[in-house]
Unconditional design. Sequence first.
Length: 474
Amino acid sequence: MGETTWLDATAQAGLVRRGEISPRELAEAAIARIEAVNPKLDAVIRTRFDAARREAEGDLPDGPFRGVPILFKDLGCTVEGEPTAFGLGPLRDLAFPVTSYLAEQFRAAGFIPLGRTNVPELGTTVTTEPRSFPPARNPWDPGHSTGGSSGGSAAAVAAGMVAVAHANDGGGSIRIPASECGLVGLKPTRGRVSQGPLVGEAWAGGTIDGAVTRTVRDAAGVLDVISKPMPGDPYYAPPLPHPLAREVGADPGRLRIGVLGRPGLADYLDDPQCRVAVARTARLLESLGHHVEESAPAAMFEEEILRHFNAIIAADVEATMQAFEMLLGRPIGEDEIEPRNVAYRRAGRELGAVAYLDSRAWFGMWARRMADWWNGHDLLLTPTLGAPPPQLGWFTAAGPEQEGSRIASFIPYTAQFNMTGQPAISLPLHWTPGGLPVGVQLVAAYGREDMLIRVASQLEQAAPWSERHPPVHA
């Protein structure tokens, strides 16, 4: 068996297909890497190694990723009979009663899940430092955050434990950890991936599932296999003209790309390294033949966004917690969860139905103001975040009352596109002088993941990142 640590999922699947390696050998290699590296990072919080071995030796579906190990995030992607804690200590040992359509699609593609990755409570913050589990540590510097909420998934992929891990995104939770861990993070278009059978839409349509990967072709291939529309979904994303895997390496043509290098409000972080990352990427795009200019949607930083976004999150947190209490058969006390989620629960209980619907209606009108910009442009280029990965503990260091403002200050560019539903991708195109990753974000018009994949693969070829590995790795 050859070395498979840094092979992407597409390459691993090719080895299995050609008979050069068995699914059991791939699983054993990944299990060994997790056992060796995870104690340093706490990226994986629950394993199912014995079950994975049995599945690897059994009759796996003949999908495009047959035999490839994967990790599921411990938030969503539920499997009947297996615990999914959503970052909550009270749910640590509670077997979930329903298998999600997403888990079924990962399995139908041939993936073999090895365990669950670390998340913040309910995914409501941008760092993976939950109260009930150890903090996930960044393999580029274990004293720094992995981002969140898919922080455990990102740390595991960056450190070489697996080539791909499930992730989801409600305010940036695929793109944020991709940026902080030096990965590719593609947030799909709203409605591209079903959240059934239990959820029609969450966070007013702001949440979507996907993956974190090391290559653009894996990001494309994974979305291809999990984007099957399911009966009863409230809406579907527009069909793509071709499988995204066919868009890798395709000529994007000469695109008109707007650049937003710094936030439009003083309360957002504006680190020079993030501006450098965007400036370098803009020059690279220009050298590849694209028209690049400073331009962005006028509605990008409207001051009302945060108030309405928080109202929607608060309502969803309280509804979700009530559902979990029904599963547990008891209330979950405020002393069992983090202050941030205590505040969301209280706000959710106090929020009236009309106020909630007003927030949803506001986003409907605002999204149209945002979308108008793409009538004259193909892509928007921004930093993914306002700063490089912070040290662990930074978000709560000033006390619970300041946590929310620090979270908001850190993500000037991501949550907007959860609420417009547009696809966006974070690419690892810059590292600080101290060796921390800094991602850049590209945003396309609604339904245009194909354009993102073409340009992302063009950038990957022009400025490859695959040979960069963090100090802590398998």
